[in-house]
Design a protein around this ligand. Structure first.
Ligand SMILES: [Zn+2]
Length: 232
């Protein structure tokens, strides 16, 4: 009897909050509010993943996140493709503190959003922790390529075919130090930094594939917002 009263009173609290939320009387703080635009600077919460996922079916929420974060983003016109490689809701990726080299690769808005979160909450803190320095340049191997997975003649289209992926080969730090996935993976302090970067990317990208995954990724991290979750 007592247990039943306890359970029903415990249920009452979340039900009341849901009721207040639905009627608009009460809203949680923005990082916890599923309907508030994502601000990349806020500490990530379990709701952050949901907000990132929502961008895939509500692209406008992605552009709203850049506005809410005080960041400008260069939106590109959509480009249909008969080859299964359309560009939809894409932007030029610029990075916040670290520039991309080569500059301005084309990525989907959700990839740019995941990148903003990754740079702010994983990449730069890891560089500070391991080297007392920030990353100033990110070396990438490309984003958009109209091809199948691994460039095979058969099989499904790669996430690169819709610019929904980014391949990262290395980083330059503020002190001029160069870190390369192909050379430094598993080696000393730089190796520990790269492992932390890989794990940090897994918090915001849906698939992260590096040297631990297979030989095709020995020299880069593949980051994407496609439908197949994987962190390796
Ligand atoms: Zn890739």
């Amino acid at each position: 009897m007592f247990l039943r009263a306890l359970v029903s009173s415990l249920l009452l609290v979340p039900l009341t909050l849901v009721g207040l939320y639905v009627t608009g009387i009460w809203r949680p703080p923005p990082p916890w509010d599923p309907l508030a635009p994502l601000d990349f600077r806020d500490p990530p919460t379990p709701v952050t993943r949901w907000k990132l996922a929502r961008m895939e079916w509500q692209p406008e929420s992605c552009f709203a996140a850049f506005a809410a974060s005080g960041m400008t983003v260069a939106r590109l016109p959509d480009r249909p493709s008969e080859l299964g490689c359309p560009l939809e809701d894409t932007v030029r990726l610029t990075g916040e503190g670290a520039s991309l080299a080569p500059a301005g690769p084309v990525v989907t808005c959700p990839v740019a959003a995941a990148w903003a979160l990754f740079e702010h909450h994983a990449l730069q803190p890891a560089a500070e922790r391991h080297f007392g320095s920030r990353v100033t340049r990110v070396h990438h191997l490309g984003t958009y390529a109209c091809r199948n997975v691994y460039g095979r003649a058969e099989g499904r289209r790669s996430e690169h075919a819709t610019a929904n992926a980014l391949d990262i080969a290395g980083f330059t730090l503020g002190k001029g130090q160069e870190i390369r996935v192909v050379r430094d993976w598993g080696e000393g302090e730089a190796g520990a930094f790269l492992r932390e970067v890989r794990d940090g990317a897994c918090r915001f990208f849906r698939a992260v594939l590096g040297p631990d995954y297979n030989a095709a990724h020995r020299d880069h991290f593949h980051l994407d917002r496609g439908p197949w979750p994987r962190c390796s």
